[in-house]
Design a protein around this ligand. Structure first.
Ligand code: OAD
Length: 237
C-alpha cells in the first residue's frame, strides 16, 4: 500500500478508470457479480439499439427506474477521494464507464464518460442533445419539443462511443505515469482495453476491486477491498 501511495504522490500525470463497483457503496446496483443487474435482466433486452427499436417503452421504464434509484444516492468516500486526487495532480483524467453522475457530484472535473450519462437525452428526430433531470415523464418514451422520441444519452452494446471522449481517454491513459483501475470487472471492451494500453505505454497500474479481474495478476498492484475504504487510504485526506 505504501509503495502505491508514493507512486500516486510523485506522479504528475494520473489516469483513472472506474466502473460500477465505485458506486456500489452508494447503493447503485452493479451489472455483474452476485447481485448484479445482468443476473436477472438481459442486456440484449434493455441495453442495445435493437432493444430500443423493438420496445422503447420497456427500455425507458428500466432507465426511469435506475434514474429514480440514482437520484436518491450520493457520492461516497471513494468518489470524494478521487476528486481530491485530481486537485493535487498536474494532469488528471477520470475515465468512467458509469453513467450515474456521482463523480460530477463529488467534485471531479476532468471526467471522460465513455458510456455516456443517464441524465442526458437525445432526440431521434432532430438529434438535439439535452440534460433531463425529471424523474416522472408525462409519457414513456418521453418526447422532444419537436415531437420526436427521446432516447437516453448512454452508449449501448453494439454502439460506438463518442469519438472525442474516447480519443481523450486513450491519450490520457497513454500519457499517464500512474493509472488507477477501480471497481470494474474489466470485461467490456473497448473500455477494458485501456488497462493493457496503460501497461504497454509504461505506466504503473494499480487496481482496486472486491474480486480478482482478468488483469489482476499482470498489474503492478492489485488490492482486494472496497473502493470507499481503500481509495481514501491510498490517497489520503
Ligand atoms: P460490473 O458490474 O461488470 O463490475 C463491477 C465490479 O466492481 C466487479 O468487478 C466487482 O467485483 C467490483 N466491486 C463491487 N463492489 C465494489 C466495491 N465496493 N469496491 C470495489 N470494487 C467493487 O461493472 P463495470 O465493470 O462497470 O455497460 O461494467 C462495465 C459495463 O458493463 C458497464 O458500463 C455497462 C455494463 O453492461 C453498458 O451498459 C454499455
Amino acid at each position: 500500500m505504501e509503495q502505491a501511495r508514493q507512486w500516486l504522490k510523485k506522479a504528475s500525470k494520473i489516469a483513472v478508470l472506474t466502473g460500477a463497483g465505485i458506486s456500489a457503496e452508494s447503493r447503485v446496483p452493479t451489472f455483474r457479480g452476485p447481485r448484479g443487474m445482468w443476473r436477472r435482466l438481459r442486456p440484449e433486452d434493455l441495453a442495445t439499439p435493437g432493444a430500443f427499436a423493438r420496445d422503447p417503452k420497456l427500455v425507458w421504464e428500466w432507465y426511469a427506474w435506475r434514474r429514480g434509484l440514482i437520484a436518491e444516492t450520493k457520492p461516497n468516500a471513494g468518489h470524494r477521494a478521487l476528486a481530491r486526487l485530481e486537485e493535487r495532480t498536474g494532469e488528471f483524467a477520470l475515465v468512467t464507464q458509469n453513467v450515474d453522475g456521482l463523480h460530477d457530484r463529488a467534485g471531479s472535473r476532468n471526467i471522460l464518460k465513455v458510456h455516456g450519462d443517464i441524465w442526458d437525452v437525445r432526440c431521434l428526430e432532430c438529434g438535439n442533445e439535452s440534460r433531463e433531470e425529471r424523474l416522472k415523464f408525462p409519457e414513456l418514451p418521453p418526447r422532444c419539443a419537436c415531437g420526436g422520441m427521446l432516447r437516453p444519452g448512454v452508449v449501448w452494446f453494439g454502439e460506438g462511443m463518442h469519438a472525442g471522449v474516447w480519443d481523450a481517454a486513450e491519450r490520457a491513459v497513454e500519457a499517464c505515469d500512474v493509472m488507477l483501475v477501480v471497481g470494474t470487472s474489466a470485461v467490456v471492451y473497448p473500455a477494458a482495453g485501456l488497462v493493457p494500453l496503460a501497461k504497454v505505454a509504461g505506466a504503473k497500474v494499480i487496481e482496486i476491486n472486491l474480486e480478482e479481474t482478468p488483469f489482476s495478476a499482470s498489474l503492478d498492484k492489485s488490492f482486494r477491498g472496497k473502493a470507499g475504504e481503500l481509495l481514501p487510504e491510498l490517497i489520503g485526506g
